[in-house]
Design a binder for this molecule. Sequence first.
Ligand SMILES: NC(=O)c1ccc[n+]([C@@H]2O[C@H](COP(=O)([O-])OP(=O)(O)OC[C@H]3O[C@@H](n4cnc5c(N)ncnc54)[C@H](OP(=O)(O)O)[C@@H]3O)[C@@H](O)[C@H]2O)c1
Length: 359
Amino acid sequence: MTVIGVLGGAGTVGRVAVDRLAGYGLGELRIGGRDIDRVTAVCRATPGAAVPVRVDLRDPDELRAFCTGCRVVVNCAGPSYQVLDTVARAALAAGADYVDAGGDLTAVEALESAAPPELAERAAVFSAGVMPGLSGLLPRLLAAGPLARLDGYVGGAARISELSAVDVLLTRGPRFGTALAAWRDGRLAPGALAPLHDVTLPGFAGRVHAWPFLSAEFARLATELDVAEARNYTVYVTDAIPRALAEAWADDGPIERHVAAVVAAAEADLAATGPYYTLLFQAVPAAMPAPGQSKAPRRLILRTPDSYALSGVVAAIATREVLDGRVEPGARSAAECLDAAAVFARLSGDPLVTQAEIR
Ligand SMILES: NC(=O)c1ccc[n+]([C@@H]2O[C@H](COP(=O)([O-])OP(=O)(O)OC[C@H]3O[C@@H](n4cnc5c(N)ncnc54)[C@H](OP(=O)(O)O)[C@@H]3O)[C@@H](O)[C@H]2O)c1
């Protein structure tokens, strides 16, 4: 019997990952978290076999016991920039593959810095979520040929859990990205862009604010695709979150004291527009198509009412890809090892996706 362990399976992301994995019918689910009552409630609500397990990922023995016997471990617990490669190492040591809804490049680097031997035969997929995740994967569908320009706009209004707020506050510094920078001619161009205030953008509701943030993920994508210029924006429906982050980052004290302000700022955004989240990518090819050659798509829009829930869908899709043997061994981000067309097709049929358009 294939056993799929979902750590943090009672959380916002984890619950949806559990639901989709149960729907795919890939095997028995083992659902873990510290609060056994919450985990048990999720198991009861899950069709098919689901076993609750009390586990604190900070306890090596409990984590080892959770991973033992799993074919794949899906981590939806965090904060992922503190967890880094902790769960991945335990999963690999138990002979399991690994999928993480978060983690980013810092976690990939942490795992690779002293790579366990099992990584030669097992896959460890990080950033299997929306951003990072789809934000680095879906633009590839616009890169049929060389691109002169690639623009990304990702954001909207979503409720943020306290745990995820810690991760949002930790995404600071060049390892995560550079504010106001663009990517030009193979290198980072600092201060090249200004925030766009009160603009309308395809796929976004009403007027929004787009803050230039060249994420490490988008810079890697631009390098890989050899894009002449890349611009990446995080989109907010009000300026409440940028203000909360600016205040937090101006303070040298512990970030924990700013968690409540980030959660409240996200609530303020939700009150302004209701929940929605959009990924918009636009591309300009380096050359016009030759006569008789079909025009490559230039715009992709994906919309969902809930970006956190959609991250659970992405984690489940990544797990399915791993179990189907379509992911090579090694540690990589989802954007770099999943098939963009296959993921887009699966997302298009998911009830949490309200618009999936490429043209
Ligand atoms: N890539 C993306 O786009 C993306 C999007 C959204 C979220 N994420 C990441 O996904 C993670 C989960 O986010 P979320 O919003 O779903 O958080 P959440 O709602 O707070 O859920 C976190 C879950 O993890 C469990 N957990 C927390 N600490 C644990 C520990 N020490 N040991 C075992 N289980 C633990 C919690 O249950 P107990 O408290 O009962 O243990 C809970 O079920 C975060 O790291 C976040 O950054 C990524």
